[in-house]
Every structure is written in C-alpha cells, then in structure tokens.
Write a protein that binds this ligand. Structure first.
Ligand SMILES: Cc1ncc(COP(=O)(O)O)c(CNc2cccc(C(=O)O)c2)c1O
Length: 459
C-alpha cells in the first residue's frame, strides 16, 4: 500500500527525486505537482480530495475507463503463474499467444501478425526498422526515406521524434535523423484558403506526391501518418485525403503506414482509424488503448505482404526484453476482449460517439472565438480563433490555448490544449449523462474564458 503522506510531503519528495516528461522542472517545482491518488470510471481523485472529470482518458489511453476490477485480477493471476519470460530464442508463452490470436480477430482484414513493444514510441521505431528491412529484403536498398507530417506526433524516441513533425522536439537532440522528411499537415482551416475541404484534401495529398518526386520514388520507403493527428491538435483530414494518399503510395510502390496509437481500439467508433477514412495501410502501430494504460504495451500490425517479406529475410534482428511481456499481454487481452464483448466499441460507434459529436458542436459552436468544431467517435476538438469570419488565428499560437485549458483545470475538468486547439478524448465508457455533465461544465468555462479575453484586451 502507498505510504500515507500529506500533499506537501508527496510534492517535496517528488521535487527532490522525480524528473517528469515534457516538463520545465524548475517551473513545476515552484508550484508543486498535482498528486493523483485514485481513479474510477471517468473520474480522477487527487490528494486534496478533488474529484476531476478526465476528458483526456489519461493521455488518450484509458479507453476502458478507470477502476476495473477484472484487469488487476488478471494481472495477479498471470504474475503468480508466469511473471516474466522472454519471447526470444524460439520461446513463447500462453498469454502472448492468446493476445496475438485475439488481435488478429479484431484487426482489419489482412492483418494476422503483430510484433510487441512497450510503448507507442517503440512501436514507431520498430516500424521504421521493419520498413527499411522490408526494402532490403526486396533488393531495393536505396528505398530508406520515410515521409511524415509537420506537427505530427510519433513519440519521443530518436526515431519517433524524428518522424514526428514537432520542431521544438527536433531542436533537442539534433533531430531528425537522416532519411526522414516531412510535408505540411492536412489542416484545412489554416491551409485550405478558398478551397473546399474536399478540394484541399486532394491538394494536401499532392504535397506527398511532390515530396516523393523531390526525393525520388526509388529512395522513398514509406509514408507515415496518424489517421487523425492527435497531439498535433486533432486535425481531422478531409474525406478525400487518405484515399488519395493510398493511390499515390500504390502508384510509386511506397509502403503506407498508419500510426494508430491514439486512433486505435475504438477511439473513433471503429476499431481503427483507418476504417473511418477508408484506407488500408501495410503496417500500423498501436499502444495506449491496447491495454487502456493498465500495463505498458505496444503492438505493430503488419499485413501479409510485409509479414511474408520479413520472414523471407530470415532473422529480423530487432526486439525488446519485454516484447510480449506475459502480464502486459494478459491484461491487454482482457482489455481488448472487454472492449469487444461488452460492446464498448459498438456503443461509441452507434450511441455515445454520435451523441458527443452532436452535443460538442451544439455547445462550442455558440462561442465567438471558437471555430472548426470537429471530431469523430470520442475524439473531438475546436480551435480558438481571433476572427471566425476571416479564419484569423490568435498571434503566438498556444498562449490562448493555455489560458483556456487552465480555466477547465480550475473547474476540475481535464481537457488538453494543443496550441490553440482544445481537444478531448474521454474514456470510451463515458455515458450520455456524463457527456452532458462534462459539456455543461465546459460551457461555463467558456463563458469565463470569453470574459477573460475581453478583460485582457485579447479580443
Ligand atoms: C500517434 C502517436 N504515436 C506514438 C506515440 C508515442 O507513444 P508513447 O508515449 O507510448 O511512446 C503517441 C503518444 N502520444 C502522446 C504521448 C504523451 C503525451 C501526449 C499529449 O498529447 O500530450 C500524446 C502518439 O499519440
């Protein structure tokens, strides 16, 4: 059991010993970390007894909701039975076999093989190595360049951070690594000018074709994208974008990779985001909803073409100590089985997802400085704008977003500011009544936000 300490004691020990991810340590330690002590359903509880509605499912990952009683039981039994063994040296174990079998059942048609990792970043780095190995085995050793998108997010390892298009990450670590290039993101609101979204989707896809021709198709290995860019601000591409990307990749014999770390396992109402947008990648990366965050685990799904080619190449010299970890695999199996057998994914598609999308547009569409209200399933966003009529954004993109997010936090509602995009991705078990509660609180926060904008002379 956790030691019982006061919030002050937790904070002091945390400040003395714990380096947080993506954090300005000195700034954090001036104010002290928020100490989350327990969680249930869609709610978090902190050490001060506050009840907080988690509109972000942790970090887009707690699809099944907090406080499940079955998953800890599964972990306990597995830990007692076989806490760990590796899957190197021609060994396997029942937990990873059962998970692999289940994943082949829920995956889109043509995906029967998975490779296991411990995170989304490791899934992305695994994919990079698979893609380059694929073309080596094919005898096309110059096809090594991967194309990503600016403001895309693919993790924080050297490969993932390079493939991602977050320039503030590239500056730390001299990234990107060689052989990774980027094209602009399919953000119609900013880049669409006078085009309709459908026209813009084709234009944005053409940026990929232009990049392929610039690099040389004989040197391009793959195009990689999130079906919906998550940490980049829930950029939902026009319907024409992904089918056109698929056509271009086929035309130039380039592998198509979907990064489904956020969009996977029911987030969009489909099992995977690729199914919303009607494209079939060759490889897709997952993590987050695979275990709903109850255990660290990721998985890379490869289609039959890629699986066969990798196998033809003999030893694939890549993997991790914990690839297919028994406890993580057992918990992921129970999680995915529950998402399917309890009808949670189906409910997102047919009930709570459409309800959220309707209410989200009703609530936020009414505010003067909110535009591009968007989303699908249970991933949604809007953009804070200076002038709707001209689609003018605020200067210093991100400052206004932080102001807005902090008002939500003060009201015990977690939403995420990605620049001046406000985004939300609650646990998939959120009920319609809880959606109403969440949006009622959010609406009050937005009234306060617009009041503060005026008081500060920002609008
Ligand atoms: C699409 C995508 N791909 C890869 C990763 C990396 O996963 P790991 O973190 O498990 O290595 C992600 C992760 N996405 C992520 C992770 C942490 C914070 C935030 C945020 O929005 O603030 C988003 C992601 O969203």
């Amino acid at each position: 059991m956790q030691n019982q300490r006061t919030t002050t004691e937790w904070r002091e020990l945390d400040a003395a010993h714990h380096l947080h991810p993506f954090t300005d340590t000195n700034s954090l330690n001036e104010q002290g970390a928020r100490v989350i002590t327990k969680a249930d359903g869609i709610y978090l509880y902190d050490s001060e007894g506050n009840k907080i509605l988690d509109g972000m499912a942790g970090l887009w990952c707690v699809n099944i909701g907090y406080g499940r009683k079955d998953l800890p039981e599964v972990a306990k039994r597995q830990m007692e039975q076989l806490a760990y063994y590796n899957t190197f040296f021609k060994t396997t174990h029942p937990a990873v076999v059962e998970l692999s079998h289940l994943l082949a059942e829920v995956a889109p048609e043509g995906f029967k093989h998975v490779f296991y990792t411990n995170s989304g970043s490791e899934s992305v780095d695994t994919m990079i190595r698979m893609v380059r190995r694929y073309w080596d085995v094919k005898g096309k050793k110059d096809k090594k360049t991967l194309i990503g998108r600016w403001n895309g997010y693919h993790g924080s390892t050297i490969g993932g951070a390079s493939l991602g298009g977050m320039t503030y990450m590239h500056e730390q670590g001299d990234l990107p690594i060689p052989g990774i290039v980027h094209v602009e993101q399919p953000w119609w609101y900013k880049h669409g000018k006078d085009m309709t979204p459908e026209e813009f989707g084709l234009a944005a896809a053409k940026w990929v074709e232009d990049k392929i021709l610039e690099v040389g198709a004989d040197k391009v290995a793959a195009f990689v994208g999130e079906p919906i860019q998550g940490a980049g601000g829930v950029i939902v591409p026009p319907s024409t974008y992904w089918p056109e990307i698929q056509r271009i990749c086929q035309k130039y014999d380039i592998l198509l990779v979907a990064d489904e770390v956020i969009c996977g396992f029911g987030r969009t109402g489909e099992w995977f985001g690729q199914q919303v947008f009607g494209f079939k990648p060759d490889i897709f990366t997952t993590a987050k909803g695979l275990s709903s965050g109850y255990q660290p685990i990721g998985a890379v799904f490869v289609n039959d073409k890629v699986a066969t080619t990798l196998a033809e190449g003999g030893d694939f010299n890549h993997g991790f100590t914990y690839s297919g970890h028994p406890v993580a695999a057992a918990v992921a199996h129970a999680n995915v089985k529950a998402l399917r057998d309890e009808g949670i994914v189906d409910r997102v598609k047919n009930d709570t997802g459409p309800y959220m999308q309707k209410r989200w547009r009703e609530v936020f569409g009414q505010f003067e400085h909110v535009d591009d209200v968007r989303g699908v399933g249970l991933i949604q966003a809007f953009t804070l704008v200076k002038n709707k009529a001209t689609r003018e954004l605020f200067p210093n993109f991100g400052e206004i977003g932080t102001l807005c997010r902090d008002i939500f936090f003060k009201n015990n509602l977690i939403m995420r500011a990605c620049g001046d995009h406000i985004v939300s991705a609650p646990p998939l078990v959120i009920s319609k009544e809880e959606i109403d509660q969440m949006l009622d609180t959010a609406a009050k926060c937005m009234v306060e936000f617009e009041k503060q904008l005026k008081e500060r002379g920002l609008a």
